[in-house]
Design a protein around this ligand. Structure first.
Ligand code: NAD
Ligand code: UD1
Length: 331
């Protein structure tokens, strides 16, 4: 068998990253993960560390290199590319992912989330990488009055996190226009699914609610719960990433969502029902309580998804209830 092309996944030990690694290896890529393990876990990649997952009995399907993208990626990749050949594609997911942490420490956010992207792009330019796909965020939009949110909606980020994601998008476009590096930015909406870490107070709401509903503990809704989100299942997000990183379609920016929305209170009720059975008496079920709304919270969020469909051929098709069942099975 001839050597398969190398795909690098930065942040590949994390929630979305490890699902992306699974899919790329299943598709026949050799994958190199660059991660500093600040939130990612080796256990998320354990299935590929077995000696049986090797190409030609020699080349491992997965290599993991501990690396901080804020300090550059040339040194981390040098030994592997000397041995196995050049990097063909990069999925850039490594990031400081907490919006709240970015407000507390904007310089760190800038160094990792913007600086890290520049380091990845510099590598891609110097080494002739064919395609870079980048994890941007719906946070670039800020508060928007018209739903659904299209990619042409004026961006007005409300946090250092959103600013650094938007700055990264500008950098991707600059490297495409000036240096000919093919790039795509995917603006993820609220991603959920197995392996999302529920342990931080700023973890995704579904990971927190799933954990608590499964344990029969109270679910705490911030505000009246009428705020909406477009929750997209990680398996669908991975299909978008794989399409984007394999595509020649450069300088594209695409929302990654379902095009639907659900209120947080409806979400909480659905999870409680799934854990206890809709017919269970109220007393046996997790309670739902309310706490003050988060400051600066956006009220509505729903993606327009025609760019994802028309340019990348991807439609997020996992029904929320099916995605929630898969998530609960992991908790
Ligand atoms: P995650 O925390 O599980 O994954 C992030 C990964 O990046 C982790 O493995 C972490 O260890 C690694 N990392 C962090 N800083 C690093 C550094 N300096 N150098 C190298 N590795 C580093 O979070 P996730 O939800 O999988 O997020 C993946 C990407 O998707 C991020 O870029 C995030 O901003 C973006 N995103 C996520 C969502 C969501 O709803 N989960 C929404 C919008 C955008
Ligand atoms: C999320 C992402 C952010 C991304 C943005 C894109 C996470 C952790 N954050 O922000 O990186 O840029 O989507 O759209 O994935 N809530 C509760 N109770 C809880 C936790 C949350 O009621 O215990 C509510 C929040 O107030 C919010 C909603 O649930 O209204 C979603 O919160 P969260 O999962 O933290 O995500 P976002 O703030 O939308």
């Amino acid at each position: 068998m001839s050597a398969s092309p190398i795909a690098v996944v930065t942040g590949g030990a994390g929630f979305i990253g490890s699902h992306t690694v699974d899919k790329l290896i299943e598709l026949g890529h050799r994958v190199v993960v660059l991660d500093n393990f600040s939130t990612g876990k080796r256990a998320n990649l354990a299935r590929w560390l077995d000696a049986r997952h090797r190409f030609d009995g020699e080349q491992p399907a997965l290599e993991i290199v501990t690396c901080d993208v804020a300090h550059g990626i040339f040194a981390a990749l040098a030994a592997i590319t000397t041995k196995y050949g050049p990097v063909e594609r990069i999925v850039h997911l490594a990031a400081q992912v907490s919006v709240v942490a970015s407000v507390a420490n904007p310089l760190v956010d800038m160094q990792v989330n913007y600086g890290g992207t520049l380091h990845v792009l510099e590598y891609a330019r110097a080494m002739g990488v064919k395609k870079v796909a980048f994890a941007s965020s719906a946070a670039v939009y800020g508060e928007v009055s018209q739903m659904p949110v299209g990619e042409d909606t004026p961006t007005k980020p409300m946090s250092p996190y959103g600013i650094d994601k938007l700055a990264s998008e500008f950098a991707l476009d600059y490297y495409a226009a000036v240096h000919g590096v093919a790039t795509t930015a995917l603006r993820f909406f609220n991603v959920y699914g197995p392996r999302q870490d529920p342990t931080s107070p700023y973890s995704g709401v579904i990971s927190i609610f799933a954990d608590r509903a499964k344990a029969g503990q109270q679910l705490v809704i911030f505000g009246d719960g009428q705020q909406t989100r477009d929750f997209v299942y990680v398996g669908d997000v991975v299909r978008a990433i794989v399409a984007a990183v394999g595509d020649g379609n450069s300088r594209a920016v695409a929302n990654v969502g379902t095009g639907g929305e659900i209120t947080v209170v409806e979400l909480a009720r659905t999870l409680v029902d799934l854990c206890t059975g809709a017919a269970a008496p109220r007393a046996e079920r997790s309670g739902i309580v309310h706490a003050p709304a988060r400051a600066g919270e956006i009220l509505k969020s729903r993606a327009r998804v025609d760019v994802l469909r028309d340019r990348f051929g991807v439609v997020a098709e996992t029904k929320l209830v099916d995605g929630l069942r898969a998530t609960l099975a992991d908790h």
